[in-house]
Ligand binder design. Structure first.
Ligand code: PLP
Length: 391
């Protein structure tokens, strides 16, 4: 019997377009050196920016909490899953972000979906940077609000759309650091445009939190922006903090509204309390060990200067995300494969994750890397680039 879903045809089409995705098998903890598909290699594609995902202090905190609180939370937050450890973490995150309150979500995807759908309905309007993360775009669409995208990091394009909107509730949403591009949103200018138009600004700081600012508080510390300028801050815990989950921080009213109305908060099992315990430990290290951010910044500066001086088409970025723009998906795959043959793992990012014709290698640097690791990467990249150009 033939299926009316046409799965075979769709899969075949993906293969033909060089867009088929396959998972590699990680056989070690996360870090600079990993074991992948049975081979040891140097990895430049995780989001463990501070090298905390395999830190013994976090592992010990998690193990200790698991012995005391068990491994599963056993229920949603609103039933019986909200443990003392979750609560302590929410309080610690609120203090760190200098906001009245914070609310934990099981993933960043759910935090974005939950926040946007809880705040917006058909009467509202949402304005999103066109390169926002999929979870922000999906949340905006699902909310039923009037949905508009503005040009990437283009404040004039946003202002124009805000001016022509008659919606009673307007929400502007942006990545803080763009996940596939590594550039930072012009938050002071976006905040000003929002204040003038009576709109709220929501920043998803998945890739800035822990990394940017002297304390690691992220994009808002980087630009010295306060709670009034950015009423909604979302951050993830599975990237620089090395654990899993996410949070939204803001006013008392915002957090209470999310507890009442955010369906991805209400209708799901709470993260295991041991993950909250590991994140509390991680938050301590983020604050105490500023050398991680300093080392990372040195690696970023060295790598971007050298790569550009050698003529590699790095995209402009001062963050750990250092994308190398390739263009065609097929060439990006060939480059990634050539690096793999040299013992380096850097994934090719292709459409639909990025716009057609802008396939790239998403190179990420981490405080776990040494200067020598990054020098190896640069040598390998230069060789592979020549090979793929010549081929
Ligand atoms: C900008 C951004 N927001 C949200 C998410 C989703 O976070 P999570 O992986 O915790 O679901 C990601 C990446 O995963 C991201 O890059």
């Amino acid at each position: 019997m033939t299926s009316s879903f046409d799965l075979a045809q769709r899969l075949q089409q993906r293969r033909q377009q060089q867009l088929y995705r396959q998972r590699r098998l990680l056989g070690s903890a996360q870090g600079a050196q990993v074991r992948v598909d049975g081979r040891d290699c140097l990895a430049f594609c995780n989001n463990d920016y501070l090298g905390l995902a395999n830190h013994p202090y976090l592992a010990e905190a998690m193990a200790k909490a698991a012995r005391q609180y068990g491994v599963g939370s056993g229920a949603s937050h609103l039933v019986l899953g909200h443990s003392e450890l979750h609560h302590q973490l929410e309080e610690a995150l609120a203090r760190f972000c200098q906001r009245p309150r914070a609310l934990l979500f099981s993933t960043g995807y759910m935090a974005n979906l939950g926040t946007l759908t809880a705040l917006l309905d058909k009467q509202g309007a949402v304005f999103e940077d066109r390169l926002n993360h999929a979870s922000l775009l999906d949340g905006g669409l699902l909310s039923g609000a009037r949905f508009q995208r503005y040009l990437h990091n283009d404040v004039a394009s946003l202002r124009q759309r805000l001016a022509s909107s008659e919606a009673s509730a307007k929400l502007v949403v942006t990545d803080g650091v763009f996940s596939m591009d590594g550039d930072i949103a012009p938050l002071p200018q976006l905040a000003e445009a929002c204040q003038q138009a009576g709109a709220w600004l929501m920043v998803d700081d998945a890739h800035g939190f822990g990394v940017l600012g002297e304390q690691g508080y992220g994009c808002l510390e980087h630009f010295a922006l306060n709670h009034q300028q950015v009423p909604i801050l979302m951050g993830t815990l599975g990237k620089a903090l090395g654990t899993a989950g996410a949070f939204v921080a803001g006013s008392e009213e915002l957090i209470e509204a999310l507890i009442q109305f955010a369906r991805p908060y209400i209708y799901t099992t709470a993260m295991p309390p041991a993950v909250a315990a590991a994140t509390l430990a991680s938050l301590q290290l983020v604050q105490q060990e500023s050398w991680r951010r300093q080392h990372l910044q040195q690696l970023i500066r060295w790598f971007s200067q050298q790569a550009l001086a050698e003529g590699l088409p790095l995209m402009p970025s001062s963050t750990p995300i250092q994308p190398l723009l390739v263009g065609e998906a097929e060439r990006a795959l060939a480059l990634s494969e050539s690096l793999w043959q040299k013992g380096m793992l850097v994934t090719a990012i292709r459409p639909p994750t990025v716009p057609a014709g802008s396939a790239r290698l998403r190179i990420t640097l981490s405080a776990a890397h040494s200067q020598a690791d990054v020098e190896h990467l640069l040598d390998a990249l230069l060789q592979s680039w020549r090979e793929v150009q010549g081929g």
